[in-house]
Design a protein around this ligand. Sequence first.
Ligand code: UT7
Length: 321
Amino acid sequence: MNSNYSRIVGTGSYLPAKVLTNHDLERMVNTSDEWIYSRTGIRQRHIAADGESTSDLALHASRNAIAAAGITPRDLDLIVVATTTPDMVFPSTACILQSKLGIRNCPAFDVQAVCSGFIYGLATADQFMRSGRYRHALVVAAEIYSRILDWTDRSTCVLFGDGAGAVVLRRSDAPGILSSHLHADGSYARMLSVPGTVCGGKVSGRPLLQMDGGGVFRFAVRVLDEIVEETLAANQLRKTDINWLIPHQANIRIIHATAKKLGLSMEKVVVTVDRHANTSAASIPLALDEAVRDGRLRSGQHVLMEAVGGGFTWGAVLVKW
Ligand code: UT7
């Protein structure tokens, strides 16, 4: 029997100081607090300062997670960073973070799965841990979407925010992470994208987020239904065995649909979308950290995390806390 499981032994998060409310947005584009809140559940979002980089956000969240785990950066054997808004084309944000943490040598790489990035990163790190060769892994998701938004497009700029969340995994004889389930369908690439790149020293294409919001909404509700079923079946669990849902925080209506599918009351769902908006890959570890620090999660409980994002990518991780 495999005794190389991984457990989350520390969580951390970071939100930039600047808060942009729906009322602030009313002065920037033709929108209203009422429209944004009723369609999405969002009231405000945090925005990174001019000098702040994605690796800075990641560093704050990582330090908090490392401290919570009671280890030092030198104990880390692996760093995985999920981000769609890296500091630069290369090196990876994970390598930049490693240097800011003051350590060397452990493998460090980025995972790019847009809003599913934390789920992909956690699943990837868990596979490394199951090899038995690693004792501690840091999984971080950090995003600065404010820099890839068209601030004149009311249909997208109201939806996103900046932030970072991190977890430390420790190898363990017992789970921990029970299972992870990842999917992708690249035929939907154009439905949600930032269609730009760097070419010959110039920006080529339009490096600002564009989305068919209604199409994403319908796709998200369908595949999140499926991933919940798949995760329960793989673990021979019933809906009533799930104690907490920590969903990707894109839209409260999508979150309600998944909670309803699970028969979970909203008291068992961790919600941050009202205060953070959609922080893409960072939204789940931000919500997880909040629920850990306020004592909601208890030992032995089943915690289901799920996300869907550009690509499309989608997935779930089930944890025994
Ligand atoms: O992490 C994955 C990333 N993305 C998502 O998860 C997003 C998924 N989609 C959604 O959350 C929703 O589809 C939206 C919140 C984007 C839109 O909600 P909706 O209920 O599907 O609204 P809609 O697209 O049908 O828009 C309705 C109206 C339109 O006006 P008309 O054409 O009916 O006159 C829009 O022009 O609302 C208008 N509208 C706005 N009005 C005020 C669009 N954005 C705004 C706005 N303020 N910010």
